[in-house]
Design a protein around this ligand. Structure first.
Ligand code: KIV
Length: 302
């Protein structure tokens, strides 16, 4: 990947104008980020979905700022040439602007992110504005906002009626006006997401929001079926059964160890004959016979 230039928010806006879709994927650690970058993803999101798919929580609410900083830093090491957005977690940007900016500073300086994502609409426009004024690009996130799942009453589709459609459009415009460089639309009806995408000059990135968005985002573990509780959701397209592959590989390893098929001859290191002789003289016949016995065993298995 040497020489590859990370995308930036100016180019993203241009891509929208040109009708070039943006691909975004979550990643949470060095290997997932490295593979995503090698595969040519435009934007990596260090999502607080790591609470569900990496840390084993049943929501994103327990995820802390320390968790986000830690995971963002590992992602940045794996994807040095990719634009990285990191989520500000639950309740870290609601008490005061100055406290919010402290957390955002940590994601940028310690987590090495290029931008932050904040969930919410018009009600967080002031913190979006202050963040942008501080020089930090902000990705908005409206529709189903998982940090507010208890307020919303579950993981429900948004934008089903006219009032909801109007609310979503107003939130999208408030975020654009506050300076957000893009907006994630999560679980929004296709018609409403398409209308928002047409109305805004900044790109929309959809997840479960249909075909009219300017880009798409998926959760890494959903895309490859890697022990995700969500991959079977309707809006997710799975591209591989990596979880199944890992499981069968480990089953084979267990069986090889139990059946003494691993390690085999090609996996072992041999000492030279003098060492074998001195082992023999120091520890007696039994130790000296070890090599012969091992050889016999390998030969009988091959
Ligand atoms: O945390 C996350 O992974 C997200 C995506 C679902 C957009 O916010």
């Amino acid at each position: 990947m040497a020489g590859k230039q990370a995308l930036n928010i100016v180019k993203m806006k241009k891509m929208k104008q040109e009708g070039t879709p943006l691909s975004m994927l979550t990643a949470y650690d060095y290997p997932s980020a490295k593979i995503a970058e090698e595969a040519g993803i435009d934007i990596i999101l260090v999502g607080d979905s790591l609470g569900n798919v990496v840390l084993g929580y049943d929501s994103t609410i327990p995820v802390t700022l320390d968790d986000m900083v830690y995971h963002s830093r590992t992602v940045a090491r794996g994807a040095e040439h990719t634009f990285i957005v990191a989520d500000m977690p639950f309740m870290t940007y609601h008490s005061s602007i100055s406290e919010s900016l402290q957390g955002i500073r940590r994601l940028m300086q310690e987590g090495h992110a290029h931008a932050v994502k904040l969930e919410g609409g018009a009600e967080i426009a002031d913190v979006v504005k202050a963040t942008v004024q501080a020089g930090v690009p902000v990705l908005g996130h409206i529709g189903l906002t998982p940090q507010s799942v208890n307020q919303i009453g579950g993981y429900r589709i948004q934008g089903k009626d006219e009032a909801d459609a109007r609310r979503l459009m107003a939130d999208a415009k408030a975020l654009e006006q506050a300076g957000a460089f893009g907006i994630v639309l999560e679980l929004v009806t296709e018609e409403v997401a398409t209308a928002i995408s047409k109305e805004l000059s900044i790109p929309t990135i959809g997840i479960g929001a249909g075909r009219g968005c300017d880009g798409q985002v998926l959760v890494y573990h959903d895309l490859i079926q890697y022990a995700s509780p969500y991959f079977s959701k309707r809006f997710v397209k799975t591209y591989a059964d990596v979880g199944g592959l890992i499981r069968s590989s480990i089953e084979q390893y267990v069986s090889d160890v139990k059946g003494r098929a691993f390690p085999a001859q090609e996996h072992v290191f041999s000492a030279d004959d003098r060492v074998v002789e001195s082992l023999e003289s120091l520890y007696g016949q039994a130790k000296g016979q070890a090599r012969e016995q091992a050889k016999e065993k390998v030969e009988s298995q091959s």
